[in-house]
Design a binder for this molecule. Sequence first.
Ligand code: AMP
Ligand code: MG
Length: 482
Amino acid sequence: MTIGWCFDNTYSKLPDPFKEEIGPIPVKNPELIILNKNLSKDLNLDFSNLDNKKISELFSGNTLPEGSSSIAQAYAGHQFGHFTMLGDGRAVLIGEHLSKKKERYDIQFKGSGKTAFSRNGDGRAALGPMLREYIISEAMHSLGIPTTRSLAVVKTGEDVIRETALHGAILTRVALSHIRVGTFQYIAAREKKDELEILLNYVIKRHYPNIEKSKNKALDLLEVVMEKQIDLVVDWMRVGFIHGVMNTDNMSVSGETIDYGPCAFMDAYDPKTVFSSIDHMGRYAYCNQPVITKWNLSRFAECLIPLIDKDQNKSIEQATEIINSFEKKYEEKWLNMMRNKLGLFGIEDKDKFLILDLLTWMHQKKLDYTNTFCHLMNSEIEKNENFKDHDFQNWKKRWQERLKTNNNSPEKYIELMRSVNPMVIPRNYKVEDVLNEANNNNIEPLKRFLEILNNPYSEQKNIKEFQLPSFSKEKYQTFCGT
Ligand code: AMP
Ligand code: MG
C-alpha cells in the first residue's frame, strides 16, 4: 500500500523571481508528535503502513516524497503598516497534492530551515508555537471557518534558541495555496507587467476559474477577493477570534485564515481586545479587524492597477469604487451574522439597535462573549448574577418580541443559534496548559483538547472546565510565532 501522494506542482513552474528552489534542511533526530488522521483521510493519504520513524522522516523533510518539488516562495508585505521584502524564511512548499476529488492543496513544511528569504532568522520553529498553530487552525476548521490546516507536527531533535533553548519542531501546513496579498506586492514592486499578468492568471485559474473569461479579470479578482475576505472577517467576529498580526503577507488570496502567530480568542466582550505583546497601538484589535481588512485590500488593489486599464486614472477610479463598497458590504454581512447569533429570521431595521444594545451591555458588564450567547440558547455555562440585571431583562423582552416576528417555531430559532454560536472555543489558559504538558512530553491533554474542539456546536458532557473563561486577573499575552 502506498501513501497516496499525488503531486502536481504548478507554482514551482512559475518564473524564477517567484521562488527559490530549495529543500528542507535535514534535522538530527525527528520524532512524530501528532498526525491528523481526519485530515489525512480528507486528502486521501494513508500513513497507516508506515512506522513512526518513517512518518517522522517524512514530516521532518529528511526524506521527500516522490513527485515533490520543493521551493521557498517569494513575497513582500506591509508589517504593521511598513513595506518589507519577506518570503518563506523558514518554510518550504514541498508540492501541490491532488485529492481524489482533484482538489489541489499546498503541502508546506514550516520550520524547515534557512532559505534565501531567512534574513536574520534561523529558519526554524519551536514546538510550542507549531502545536499552537495546530490546535487553533484545527479549531477554526471545526468552527466552520476557512483556514489553512495542520497535518502533522514533528520534533526535530534539535534545540532552537529564543530567549531560552526550546524544542525545535516542524509543522506540515495544508492550504488551498500560500499566495498572499504580499505575493502580489512582491511582484508588483518589480514593475514588470508580464510577471504581474502571470500571477493574476495563475491565481484566477487556481482559485477563481469562474472569472477566467471575464472582461476585466483584475477588477473582478479584486471584487471576489474582497467578498472572501469580508466573509472571513465576519466569521472571526462571530466567534471572537483575534488574528493578531493581519499584515498583508498574512492575508491569503484564497480567503483562508493563515498564519497563527499571536492569535487568540476573546473571553469578556471588549471591542478593543488585543493579545499580541507587540501590538501597542491596537492596530489589530478585535474591532479593528474589518478596518484592517479594507486597508489590506486597498494594498491589493494598488498592485492590480496596471492590469485594470491602460489609463492609470481610470484604473484607480474603478478600483477605488470597489474598495469604497467595503463598508456597506461588511455591515450587511455582519448584521446578518449577528442576526443568526440571536436567532432572528428576516430583516428589520431595528435589529441593528437590538444587537448593538446587547453588545454594549456585555461590554459594560465584562461578560464572556461565547457564554452569553450560550445563555441565550438556554445552555447555562456559568451562573452569572448579571443576567438578572434590569437592563438585560428589558433587552430580553425586546429580543423576545422580535423573535415573535420570525414566523417560525422556537425550535427553529434555537437551531439557527446553535449552528453559529460555539459552546466551546480554545480558551487561552487551556491552550497554554496543554502546550506546557506537550513541552514536557505529555501529549495526551492536547489530544483530548482537540477532540473537544472538534465539535464546538454540540452539547458535550463533562467539558465545563473547557468552557469557562480564565479566572486570572492577569492579562493574557501572545507572541509572534518565532
Ligand atoms: P510571520 O510573522 O510568521 O508572518 O513571519 C514574517 C516573516 O518572517 C516571514 O518572511 C517569515 O518567513 C520570517 N520568519 C519568521 N520567523 C523566522 C525564522 N525563525 N527564521 C527565518 N525567517 C523567519
Ligand atoms: Mg507570515
